[in-house]
Ligand binder design. Structure first.
Ligand SMILES: Cc1cc2nc3c(=O)[nH]c(=O)nc-3n(C[C@H](O)[C@H](O)[C@H](O)COP(=O)(O)O)c2cc1C
Length: 209
């Protein structure tokens, strides 16, 4: 690997919360914005992806990458799908990991693991690395209602600088489709990451009437 690490790198994790379309759209948007994306997919996320989107993602990283590239019709060169125990992945070490990471969608289970620094698989380790390196971590948590435990875990992480972004799309952009609701959430995530986006008109600028 070249010793010069480029800036536009990000870790994206999909976990087993409802909201697979958010994760797919976010991946598509980041690749379109020319980001190098390290994608981590939990076993439960695969089940949710198949249930909600009809996309059966193979468990092997190379086969999963091939399936995603075919599905999204995106450029394969900037996507790296990482294995659950690929401890040699750049995301496993503070010396090489991207400074930004998004877990979208984020299950209550992964929220708890991250809040307690479990680092039991590459996804949890990657989040732990971003925390210790004082990078930017966004958790798009999806559960309802929230238990006190969920709320405590979110508060704990929020106090450490983590952005908690519940998957809670607004309706003030007058959505006409599920895609519009998905784009609302993805646009807010991209805004927080500082990624240029034109998915949803900005409040007070060019809103539809
Ligand atoms: C179709 C489906 C939808 C689910 N939705 C949620 C959800 O919205 N939020 C959540 O916290 N867990 C949800 N779960 C349960 C998680 O997938 C489960 O707790 C899993 O262990 C999470 O593991 P992970 O965090 O490693 O992905 C769902 C499971 C399935 C199969």
């Amino acid at each position: 690997m070249s010793s010069k690490i480029q800036n536009k790198r990000i870790t994206l994790a999909w976990t087993g919360a409802s909201g697979a379309p958010y994760g797919l759209r976010l991946l598509e948007s980041l690749l379109a914005a020319d980001y190098q994306v390290y994608l981590l997919v939990s076993s439960a996320a695969r089940v949710v992806l198949a249930t909600e989107h009809g996309l059966k993602l193979p468990s092997g990283p190379d086969a999963a990458k091939k399936a995603l590239v075919e599905h999204l019709g995106c450029d394969a060169s900037k996507l790296e799908v990482c294995g659950k125990e690929d401890w040699f992945s750049p995301v496993a070490s503070g010396s090489a990991a991207p400074k930004q990471m998004v877990v979208c969608p984020c299950s209550a289970g992964t929220l708890a693991s991250v809040a307690h620094g479990m680092s039991d698989n590459l996804l949890e380790r990657a989040a732990d690395v971003v925390l210790k390196e004082r990078g930017q971590l966004l958790l798009v948590v999806r559960e309802t209602p929230f238990s006190t435990l969920h709320l405590e875990n979110m508060l704990k992480l929020s106090k450490m600088g983590v952005t908690i972004m519940p998957a809670a799309p607004g309706f003030y952009h007058q959505p006409e489709s599920i895609e519009d609701l998905v784009d609302f959430m993805v646009a807010r995530i991209l805004d927080h990451l500082g990624v240029e986006q034109g998915l949803v008109p900005r409040w007070g600028y060019d809103q539809r009437q």
